[in-house]
Design a protein around this ligand. Structure first.
Ligand code: BG6
Length: 487
């Protein structure tokens, strides 16, 4: 068993929503059963649908059976976990409906309180206001905000200003679950604990960086939300930007939350603001049409969303430049899309070729060294190097080989990003959460592109579901004489 953590009460607002059942409850189930959550801690689901504690436990059980990884559900473990489950019925906009929550939390006023807002962001302000009115916010309270926090800089400011009326910035945990992925955290370990990479990590040695997050799934029932947001707001502005920051940032002076976040925000502020001409040349937006995934036909986005004239992009690709000494002239190519051929997320650091090849006369081309950090479906890190093909052939023959940098996992269950992040909130460690200035800097950069797209300055392309995206996505990088890693 792991160390037992301090007592806390966790309130999940929107606790009967898709995210809560798919990700949050499974994460808490594992934390509880692995000894990370004190047995006396309470997990309080706040939901609008009236139901008894017993019916709530039954529902959580059904959902855990559905969403836990295969073989993880265990009757005995669930019986232990369910002792921690409570439900309160709250209409988020109705202050009076918080009475039940107030009574429950009032039993243990000294406990750390974690308020997880997994609702539409429109409710963030009113939930915080009610928590304050009922005097449920103490210095030991924290609030976790799920994305999206707004759909542009202005709307994100409105939400943040509201929440900041009731919570200090140090109590606010803006979640980006990509930062909880083990391999993503490994980027820092790799970069800042190995001398090997230190002198190579700059414009003198790196040709370019690629960040791809491709999903074969579609919008999965979240049409209402997605049609209003699209790939740029749903993925690029947050997840891909955070990955870019971890690759590009300077070494922080320590692992303290603010040291790390200071370095990330510097990267975001160094992003080259795109001009209208840049946006036309360096950004691609596209929507999927009907196609097939794994041999099965799937409808196009517009048929799915039921809005004939929807102009929401389900794919975005961009060339991003960073205006600073380290990265001058090194393009970062970003792309993300739904209904792509395969689920594949990776970061590729492509190093420059050697200055002169003594093997060229042998007709052997030298491939560039690459560091490939795969996030999905498999988590792995590979360094691609050139090596001699063993044997007695007269000419020296080379081949590319892969050095696997993976740590074998001696655990029956690999903790998920949400487990890591929940635990960090419980431990009051905000390092892996986004600070206000990061969110704002990312929006400031993205807004310019989104505005130009909204004015139709970049034509919407189309791609068939089950492909690698539109040809324009391939041309974006091909124009610079480069190609995507998987091509
Ligand atoms: C979420 C997006 O933040 O991340 C979803 O809203 C997306 O649209 C998901 O599918 C991807 O997460 P992961 O961890 O499955 O890559």
């Amino acid at each position: 068993m792991a160390e037992v953590e301090s007592l806390c009460d966790i309130v999940i607002f929107g606790g009967h929503g898709d995210l809560a059942f798919r990700k949050l409850m499974p994460a808490l189930y594992h934390l509880s059963n692995n000894g990370y959550l004190n047995k006396e801690s309470r997990i309080i689901t706040a939901t609008r649908v009236s139901m008894s504690n017993e019916a709530h436990c039954d529902l959580v059980k059904v959902k855990l059976e559905e969403f836990l990884e295969e073989g993880a559900f265990d009757e005995e473990k669930f019986n232990y976990f369910k002792e921690q489950l409570h439900v309160v019925i709250i209409d988020f906009g109705d202050n009076q409906s918080y009475k039940g929550l107030s009574t429950l939390l009032g039993n243990y006023p000294q406990r750390d309180r974690i308020n997880y807002l997994s609702t539409a962001p429109d409710f963030f302000g009113s939930i915080c206001q009610s928590l304050s009115k009922w005097e449920l916010i103490s210095p030991k309270s924290r609030v976790v905000l799920e994305k999206p926090i707004g759909r542009d800089l202005d709307s994100s400011r409105v939400i943040n200003v509201e929440v900041l009326k009731y919570f200090e910035e140090s109590q606010i945990y803006r979640i980006d679950h990509y930062l909880g992925k083990d391999t993503v955290q490994n980027i820092m370990a790799l970069r800042f604990s190995n001398r090997f990479f230190m002198p190579l990590w700059d414009a003198n040695n790196i040709d370019h960086v690629q960040i791809t997050v491709a999903e074969s799934v579609g919008v999965e029932g979240r049409w209402g939300y997605y049609d209003d947001y699209g790939a740029m707001r749903d993925m690029i502005q947050n997840h891909l930007m955070q990955l870019l920051c971890l690759v590009a940032m300077e070494p922080p002076c320590s692992l303290e939350a603010d040291s790390v976040r200071d370095e990330k925000v510097k990267v975001l502020r160094s992003l080259k603001m795109m001009t209208p001409a840049d946006i036309q040349q360096k950004t691609v937006r596209a929507q999927y049409s009907q196609g097939s995934i794994d041999g099965k036909p799937v409808p196009g986005y517009r048929e799915g969303v039921g809005v004939e004239e929807s102009t929401t992009e389900t794919f975005a690709a961009l060339r991003v430049d960073i205006n600073n000494w380290r990265w001058n002239g090194v393009p970062f190519y970003l792309r993300s899309g739904k209904r792509m051929r395969t689920r594949n997320s990776e970061i590729v650091i492509q190093f420059k070729t050697i200055p002169h090849s003594i093997f060229a006369n042998e007709g052997r081309c030298i491939s560039e060294n690459k560091l490939v950090i795969s996030l999905q479906p498999k988590e792995s890190i590979q360094l691609k190097l050139m090596n001699k093909i063993p044997g007695l052939s007269e000419e020296m023959r080379l081949q590319q080989v892969e050095l696997e940098l993976n740590t074998p996992l001696n655990m029956s269950h690999k903790p998920t990003a949400y487990e890591r992040l929940f635990l960090d909130v419980i431990r009051a460690n905000p390092t892996l959460f986004m600070r206000l200035d990061e969110v704002e800097a990312a929006w400031k950069w993205a807004d310019v592109i989104l505005d130009a797209w909204a004015e139709n300055q970049v034509p919407m392309k189309s791609y068939s579901a089950g492909t690698d995206g539109p040809t324009a996505g391939i041309q974006l990088i091909a124009r610079d004489g480069r190609s995507w890693h998987d091509e």
